[in-house]
Each structure stands twice: as C-alpha cells, then as structure tokens.
Design a protein around this ligand. Structure first.
Ligand code: HEM
Length: 492
C-alpha cells in the first residue's frame, strides 16, 4: 500500500543521506580525516583498485597526505582507522590491550590455515595457549636443542650452495631460506625434518600446499564474498585438498608419537606440548596439538626466511654502504673462527643482530596488521575509537617514517642498533609489542645469525640485479615475488 511505499522511500532516503560518504553500517564521523567515500559502499572501490603488492606504499602515501591518523570505510568491516605512531601503538597493543581483539571475522577467514591456534584466537583461549607456549620456550635445554638444529640444517645449506658455486649456477636464495626454515621447524616441532634440503631441487608436498593456502587466506581478507568466489573459481576445492595434506601430515606425526613414545634426551615442541596440560587440567587433544604445532610453523617459517632474504638484498644492493659487509664478516670470523656456532657465541654477535633488525625495520616480515576495538577508547592524541571499529598499523610505513627514525629513515644503517640504547618495540614493531609480542624473537634471531654466519664464512654473494628493489607478492608476509636470484662463489 501507498503508506508502506512512502515509509520505505523515506527510510531509503534517510539511509542514503546518513551513509552519503561512508559504507553502510559504519558510524559517520566528521572528527577524523580520510578520503571521502561513496554512498553505502564507502571507499571499497579505491581499496580494491590498489594493487595488492602496493598496499604498503599506498598506506605510506596516505599518511603523508593525512597525517598520523586517518580512516576509510568498507562494507562488512566498517570503519578502519589507520595510524602511524609509536605512542598510539603502545596504547593499542599494550596499555589498553583488552580493548582490542583479532575478532571473529579474521578468525573465520583464517580458520582453514590457523584453526583454533594461538595466532587466531582471543580472550581466554589465547591466554592459556600463550601461557603454555611461553613456558615451553623457557624449558631448559630447548635453546640448546634449537641451536643445534639450526647448525645441522645450516650445514646442509652450505653443502648445497657449495655445489651450486662449483657449477657456477644462479640460485634463488629466498627459496633456499624457505627450505632451511621449514626443515629447521620440522625438526624443532616434530623431531623430523620436512626433507626440503635433502633434495633441494624438488618441491615438497607439505610446503607447496601450505603456500597455496597462505595465498588463498590472504585474498579472503579483501573480499567479503570470498566463499562465493572460491566456490565459483574452484579455489575452495584446492583449499580443502591442501588443508588435508597439511593436517594429515601433522596428525600422522602426532599419532605415531603416541604409539611409539619418545625417548630422545631433548624434547621437541610436540613432546613439550604433549607433556603439558590444557586449561582444564587434561592432556591436550590431538586437534589442539595439531593447531599449536601448525601455528608455530606458520609463525616462524616465512617470517624468518623473508627477513633473511631482505637482509641479503640490503647487504648486496648497489646503494649499500660498502663498509657494512666487511664489518659483519669480520665479526663472524672473530666470533666463530672455524668452530661450530653455539647459542652462547651467537648471542654475543651484536653486529649480525643489528644487520638483521635494521633489515626488519625497513622490510618487516609482517608489514601490516589490524585489530578490532571491543570497548570504546580514546587514544593519547585524543582520537576516539568506538566499539566495532577496526584499527590498523603498518610496521612497513613506520620503519620509513622520518618523524620516527629521522631524515635517513630509508637508509640501511645497522649502526643505529649499536648505540647501546635499543629502540622500543613500539617504535620498532616488527615483532609486535605488548602481551601478544612475538614468542619466537630470540628463536628467529639465533636461527638467522646461525645461517648468515655459516654462509658468509664460506661464500660471497652477488645479486643478479643489484639496482632494482625486488617486487613483493600480495600476502600476509613480505615475500619477494620473483625470489632473490644470486650468484654464489666460494670465499677465498
Ligand atoms: C623474523 C622472524 C619473525 C618475525 C618478524 C615475527 C613477527 C611476529 C609478529 C609481528 C607477531 C604478531 C602477529 C599478530 O598477532 O598479529 C608474531 C607473533 C608470534 N610469533 Fe613471531 N615472528 C618471527 C618469528 C617467529 C618464530 C621463529 C616463532 C616461533 C618459534 C614465532 C612465534 C610467534 C608466536 C607463537 C606468535 C603469537 C603470539 C601471540 O599471539 O601471543 N615467531 N610474530
């Protein structure tokens, strides 16, 4: 009837007026700057128009235009407030930690890959997993065990690169680092390597499946209708197949361990978790053991391999300060000589650590991040954040921000880390900060310093293209799209 039609018309006009420049559902706000959006859909068209591998650059450009806090709106997610400031980061990730969560939307998008593991969950679920995992990392002997694994797997890389050097071949160093970190993780997590370095020229099924899932999951974060898209394109079937490969692998190892028991002197991650209790005082379920181990592999494999790749790029690119590499090589030879690296010696190699962290400042393996506000909040600069709004920060943009790092922010200068006063984790958030800070920072640092020591002690490297910055792939982490082709020579 006419009255209903009239009421509907008025309602539509009201909605169109209310959401004239924001996505439907996002609270319209005049107190915060950002690009004007379209009625009902907000800024979604602009966002989708940004090439996925240019998100970091785009975000840095927007901060230059709008300052340290700006926002946009998209359907389903609502308002996303972006910031680029250590004080705000400290507030969001530390001071007012409980006011922000990863949220159900993220959990839903990534559940195929992360299940109910530590990375994906919030609140009580996260708290007890964090407590358990933190305990495992401080178990006596775990550090020694892991550094022995790094040396053992690193030696395989040295043997392989020796052959490549003798053949005069060009090699993708990033791929070698992926194999090294995955095999090391296999040993550390499950007491068995994935075998990538035993036959480095061949693909390993687990790694290939894992990589495809990673890409599929990342693409979901940009697409509210991903279920439909994946069904239409058949990606859903591929994801199911890949998930089965990854999950069967992990469950197979867990079941075998249950049947055969464990009698090695050093416990791997799986055994440490199997010997622990859940928050209900009972042993962990198979499902939880699988999620925990897979979350650790996800956390540590790509991040560390990429950090190594970007560091090798920065150390060899044409614009590098020529004094850095000789200083690093000299520290390696004076600390190690010809002996095998040990945890204690590696921890003393401060210049090697500085080279790694300086690289992570410019190329953080996790370049962007986002949380959902679950309690209204006010930031130190006065910005109001309402429940349901998302907040996002960009370690990539923060590392290049002159207001944070000074006019030479874009220069690779490990000396920044040698002054005795380390930058706070809010200024350098490559490993996150606050209660959810990375549990594997020491692990990753020792792993990276081990492999770089072994490699620089035996080889020299030459980039095939030292003048061009490698392109990134669209992904949760900063992968080089075409790898890092290098020529390797034996050091004379
Ligand atoms: C260069 C290497 C690494 C970088 C740059 C890095 C960075 C990060 C970042 C940014 C987070 C926060 C992610 C988020 O919650 O959104 C994180 C969390 C985490 N990382 Fe790392 N990570 C590295 C290596 C590792 C390694 C080797 C391990 C394991 C041995 C590890 C274990 C974890 C775990 C368990 C968490 C989750 C902590 C929690 O939610 O309470 N990471 N890492």
């Amino acid at each position: 009837n006419r009255n209903v039609a009239k009421a509907l018309g008025v309602y539509v006009l009201y909605i169109l007026f209310k959401y004239r420049s924001t996505a439907m559902g996002a609270k319209p706000r005049k107190d915060i700057v950002g690009p004007r959006g379209l009625p009902l859909i907000g800024n979604v068209i602009t966002i989708l128009g940004i090439p996925r591998n240019q998100l970091a650059q785009h975000n840095a450009m927007m901060h230059r235009k709008y300052g340290k806090v700006w926002c946009y709106t998209v359907p389903k997610i609502g308002r996303i407030i972006r910031f680029n400031d250590p004080d705000i980061l400290e507030h969001v990730l530390k001071t007012n930690f409980w006011a922000y969560e990863k949220g159900a939307l993220l959990r839903d998008n990534v559940s195929d890959l992360l299940g109910q593991g530590i990375f994906a969950v919030d609140g009580h679920q996260w708290k007890w997993q964090r407590k358990l995992a933190s305990h495992v990392f401080t178990v006596k002997g775990f550090r020694t065990y892991t550094s022995e694994v790094f040396v053992q797997e690193g030696q395989k890389v040295v043997d392989y690169l020796g052959k490549i050097a003798d053949q005069g071949r060009v090699i993708d160093l990033q791929e070698v680092f992926y194999k090294f970190t995955l095999d090391s993780f296999g040993e550390v997590s499950f007491g068995q390597s994935f075998g990538c370095l035993d036959n480095p020229e061949e693909d390993v099924e687990f790694a290939a499946a894992f990589d495809r899932m990673n890409t599929a999951v990342f693409n979901r974060l940009f697409d509210a209708s991903w279920r439909l898209r994946e069904w239409y394109t058949g990606v859903d079937k591929q994801v199911s197949r890949d998930k089965k490969i990854v999950v069967d692998f992990a469950l197979g190892i867990i079941r075998k361990r249950r049947e055969e028991g464990y009698n090695k002197p050093q416990k791997d991650l799986l055994q440490l978790f199997m010997d622990s209790e859940g928050d209900d005082g009972k042993p962990l379920s198979e499902e939880m053991l699988k999620d925990l181990c897979l979350n650790f592999i996800i956390a540590g494999r790509d991040t560390t391999a990429q950090a190594l790749s970007w560091m090798f790029y920065l150390l060899h690119r044409s614009s590098v300060n020529r004094g850095i590499l000789p200083k690093l090589v000299s520290e390696i030879s004076s600390s190690l000589g010809n002996s095998s690296p040990t945890y204690e010696v590696l921890k003393q190699m401060k210049y090697a650590e500085a080279c790694l962290y300086e690289s992570l400042r410019i190329y953080p393996s996790v370049p962007r991040n986002l949380k959902i506000c679950v309690q209204d909040d006010v930031w130190p600069d006065g910005t109001k954040v309402y429940k349901g709004e998302s907040v996002a920060w960009h370690p990539w943009a923060m590392g290049r921000n002159e207001a944070i790092w000074g006019p030479d922010a874009e220069v690779y200068n490990p000396e920044r880390w040698m002054t005795g006063e380390k930058p706070s984790s809010s200024k350098f958030p490559a490993f996150h900060t606050g209660p959810r800070t990375c549990l594997g920072q020491q692990f990753a640092t020792v792993e990276a310093v081990t492999i770089m020591s072994l490699l620089f002690r035996s080889f020299t490297f030459e980039l095939m293209d030292p003048h061009t910055e490698p392109e990134y792939t669209a992904g949760l982490t900063l992968n080089m799209a075409k790898g890092l082709p290098v020529r390797v020579k034996r050091r004379v």
